[in-house]
Design a protein around this ligand. Structure first.
Ligand code: PLP
Length: 222
């Protein structure tokens, strides 16, 4: 895989849009991440906390690390000192833990709420009402060390583009609705949707962050 070439193709595709790339480097070694870094890229996503912290330790400090995967509460503390954006908040309990750990480091950590939009029930996330309730809750206002800056979702794993598009449209509708809840620690502006197979559709439907792995780094061997 010519990483420099593949990442530049995506960056060029994004030019002139409001969409930014999170390069998903999970399972890939630091040497490979450095190829994307040397091509000028600075925003990387991982889905496991241990892998994230190990790589962050070894790689340049101007990288913005995004935690994009399902997050367990007991792991938040390991990345709270440096993580830039947590994409997959799916419960108030988890948000409270992020707040507590962020406070320990005197930081405000930006977070996205993960919304369940796929038809599979294996994918985590809140439904629309749960998300709106959380955003409007008084308890949220007491969490001074987190800021909710948007929503994230994953479409069904399918070849059916119409289905993918309609799931992204659904998420965009929730996103537009969520904007009305802006308050001290809620500022809805990021919509994280789109992966290697569907980022072009996601962009057409209003994505601001795409999370792309295999189209840049090649297939993963687990
Ligand atoms: C792995 C992963 C991606 C990237 O997937 P690709 O199909 O390789 O682009 C995006 N989002 C999440 C949450 C992931 O776990």
């Amino acid at each position: 895989m010519d990483i420099k070439k593949s990442i530049n193709e995506i960056i060029n595709y994004l030019k002139g849009s409001n969409t930014r790339l999170v390069a998903v480097s999970k399972t890939k070694p630091v040497s490979v991440i450095m190829e994307a870094y040397d091509a000028g890229h600075r925003v990387f996503g991982e889905n496991k906390v241990q892998e994230l912290t190990e790589k962050a330790d070894q790689l340049p400090k101007d990288i913005e690390w995004h935690m994009i995967g399902h997050l367990q509460r007991n792991k938040v503390k390991y990345m709270a000192s440096f993580v830039t954006l947590i994409h997959a908040i799916d419960s108030f309990k988890l948000l409270k833990e992020v707040n507590k750990q962020a406070k320990n480091h005197n930081r405000v950590i930006e977070c996205l709420l993960q919304i369940h939009i796929a038809e599979e029930d294996t994918k985590f996330g809140l439904d629309e009402n749960e998300a709106m309730d959380l955003l409007k809750s008084d308890e949220l206002k007491t969490l001074e060390n987190v800021k909710i800056v948007g929503l994230m979702g994953m479409a069904t794993f399918t070849e059916n583009e119409n289905q993918i598009r309609s799931e992204f449209k659904h998420l965009k509708n929730i996103f537009d609705r969520a904007k009305s809840t802006n308050s001290k620690n809620v500022e809805i502006k990021e919509l994280s949707m789109g992966m290697s197979g569907d980022y072009k559709i996601a962009m057409e439907e209003g994505s601001t962050l795409i999370r792309v792995g295999s189209s840049i780094f090649g297939e993963r061997n687990y």
